[in-house]
Ligand binder design. Sequence first.
Ligand SMILES: Nc1nc2c(c(=O)[nH]1)N[C@H]1C(S)=C(S)[C@@H](COP(=O)(O)OP(=O)(O)OC[C@H]3O[C@@H](n4cnc5c(=O)[nH]c(N)nc54)[C@H](O)[C@@H]3O)O[C@H]1N2
Ligand SMILES: Nc1nc2c(c(=O)[nH]1)N[C@H]1C(S)=C(S)[C@@H](COP(=O)(O)OP(=O)(O)OC[C@H]3O[C@@H](n4cnc5c(=O)[nH]c(N)nc54)[C@H](O)[C@@H]3O)O[C@H]1N2
Ligand code: SF4
Ligand SMILES: [Mo]
Length: 738
Amino acid sequence: MGDRTAFRTCPLCEALCGLELTLDDAGAVTRVRGDEKDPFSKGFICPKGATLGSLDGDPDRLAEPLVKGATAGWEEAFDAVKRGLADVIARHGRDAVAVYIGNPTAHSIAGPLYAGAIVKALGTRNLFTASTADQMPKHVACGHMFGDPLAIPVPDLDRTGHLLMLGANPLESNGSLASAPDFPGRLKAIRARGGKVTVVDPRRTRTAALADEHLFIRPGTDAFFLMALVHTLFAEDLVASAEHLAGRVNGLDDLRALAVDFAPERVATLTGIPAGTIRRTARELAAAERAAVYGRIGTCTQAYGTLNSWLVDVLNVLTGNLDRPGGAMFPRPAHAPVYRRKKPFTTGRWRSRVRGLPEVNGELPVATLADELETEGEGQVKALITIGGNPALSAPNAARLDRALDGLEFMVSIDPYLNETTRHADVIMPPPRPAQTPHYDIALTGLAVRDYARYSPPVVPLPDGRPSEAALLARLAMIASGADGDPAALDEMIIKSTLAKAVTVEGSPVHGREPDELRKMLDHGTLTEQRLDMMLRLGPYGDGFGADPAGLTLTRLRTGHPHGLDLGALKPRLDEVLCTTSGRVELCPSTFAADVDRLHSALRDPETSETVLIGRRHLRSNNSWLHNVPELVRGSNTCTLQLNPADADRLGIAAGDPVRVTSRTGTIEAVAEPTDTIMAGVVSLPHGWGHDRPGTRTGTASRHAGVNVNAVTDEREIDPLSGNAVFNGVPVTLEAAR
Ligand SMILES: Nc1nc2c(c(=O)[nH]1)N[C@H]1C(S)=C(S)[C@@H](COP(=O)(O)OP(=O)(O)OC[C@H]3O[C@@H](n4cnc5c(=O)[nH]c(N)nc54)[C@H](O)[C@@H]3O)O[C@H]1N2
Ligand SMILES: Nc1nc2c(c(=O)[nH]1)N[C@H]1C(S)=C(S)[C@@H](COP(=O)(O)OP(=O)(O)OC[C@H]3O[C@@H](n4cnc5c(=O)[nH]c(N)nc54)[C@H](O)[C@@H]3O)O[C@H]1N2
Ligand code: SF4
Ligand SMILES: [Mo]
């Protein structure tokens, strides 16, 4: 036989690159290159995608389930889960079972289609996800402004003439909440066509170095800077939204009144950005013909996460750039029907038991997971299901959470690795290799800077008896419901109820048709594929089950466009997206206006910590779980403490010295890397390291252990509106350890 070539989307980050895999006779991935024919990524690839073969063939990847540390058969593992969950539910009730869903779940087809069913079947209020360590503030901001927490505008990178980017470093991360393969190339193109890129970051990152201008900002002070921009737009009569979104915006006067107190001069010291620079930035933003403001993790994982996320889109509205080519636009993913009206967004439908924190998007903050595990009494969490997550490293004060996991009566993890989190599990069920897994980006195509769809079938067949991740999650959902019937029944139920609803909705392409007739048209492939087919056919580019014979079906996508289908540049679609009660964009929601009080207090009475800690990412990392790929832990991908040379000198610290970093929650020791790319008074550690725990099976990672920054982050500090963790601006003290 010999080598063969296959194509699929890279599942590792948000950039959605197409990959060309070379496989040998045995089905091992021997080479990975960028897929030149992918219309979106056009052959772009990064070092992580290029080493997908090593990840796919990692000998540490679990091939079979583990039950109490011993290799077990699948039925034995499912039985253990059935007994473990039933026992806890019988004795402590349904809320005693918590679920934690991690980041890779957003990058798979199985996660978005099946993980929710597990939570629903359990009927638990204790859902936690990596979203509250990440982008929850953006959901809350968009939920209140546009009515839909998933209506997140993305910068129209390819057409903008001016990009103001805060707390994002796409040259390392490849972009986030803005899926754009070759983000770096797209940034360079803005400059090449005469546009301007400004980066706001406490570090001069590689992205900042590529930009026209870099503004150093004190960590955690973006909200003051953004408010001062809003202030300047009003004060200098530069607000354009009156014309652009006339009659479609509420709250302009409230916002103007709110911004009065935030003159650039008042926030300059706190932010570290001179008043003149703030004014100029506002004027440039207003003057640019097409501009977009974009904020990412640096603006979300801080104390004012929701205010930042809100103000970013306030600026997009005020400068007339929301929903406009070259501005900030709403993607239109092929699988999401546009006729389905959603209920207006609310939060706090229930509260966490111990700290009384409000539910947001159906979940509770991961910052309070340890409280729920440790605090005894009615409703205490006694069992945990983790799906593709490593909270023992990724959560704020993860060291405490790591200890708390020990106290669980039962834990099951759906995860390919025996790592810092899953070592606590009674049962680990590994999903198959990426090469054995189908792919369609349900979560991320809704954030892409072009409308785009790509379906990749598995490139290597699953061995007999090995469940796909979809089958695994579906079976778990059945077990959670107490039935443990055929998991196919779950898909059938979802298909049936979706079609039954679609035929009744005015404006749906199948309005008035027979659900049974539609069901029969979904006859190709696995049930997961049939569900995707259904979604695509009901979607904005779909065939409407024959209503538009030229429209999209899964078969057409798969056979006609194996390298992906470009569905064009982003289109204005505010009216399709808006679902606030008022039917307008809410520019100044009352909850946000009230939270501005915290900004006033901080201006009056600034907290002064000599040193604050922030995070960072490296191109060759991916949160906690790629450190087991040998090619990726070579070279500069190391877990060092970056600090300004002035701070290093003051403390008598030289490059390579051990430094003790202490916060309210703990002390860690890290190796110093003095660099003038970071502001004085700010230090930075990457997250996802700390692979020195006993009982794991990740050999390479253990030899490159690093330290866990989340042993010094603080679970008590959250953004109150979203419950999001605060990883940036953590007060710490430093001390030479030698
Ligand atoms: N290579 C790689 N890629 C990844 C990941 C990874 O671990 N490695 N993780 C993926 C995930 S889960 C996500 S969410 C995305 C995140 O994608 P990005 O948001 O691009 O993430 P970072 O590279 O961490 O960039 C955040 C920047 O914010 C800066 N910052 C810190 N504090 C502040 C602050 O208070 N204000 C401002 N303005 N800036 C601040 C940091 O210095 C850093 O440069 O990346 C994804 N892609
Ligand atoms: N200090 C600090 N902490 C942070 C951040 C920060 O910037 N600073 N960033 C935060 C952010 S943005 C995020 S998203 C979180 C991430 O937090 P988590 O999602 O909790 O952590 P990951 O490291 O992404 O863990 C991924 C897990 O999924 C498993 N996995 C990999 N592939 C698959 C798969 O195909 N299926 C399944 N079922 N499992 C799989 C891996 O083995 C690993 O156990 O971390 C957060 N923590
Ligand atoms: S940029 Fe992201 S999607 Fe593209 S190859 Fe790298 S890891 Fe994969
Ligand atoms: Mo993330």
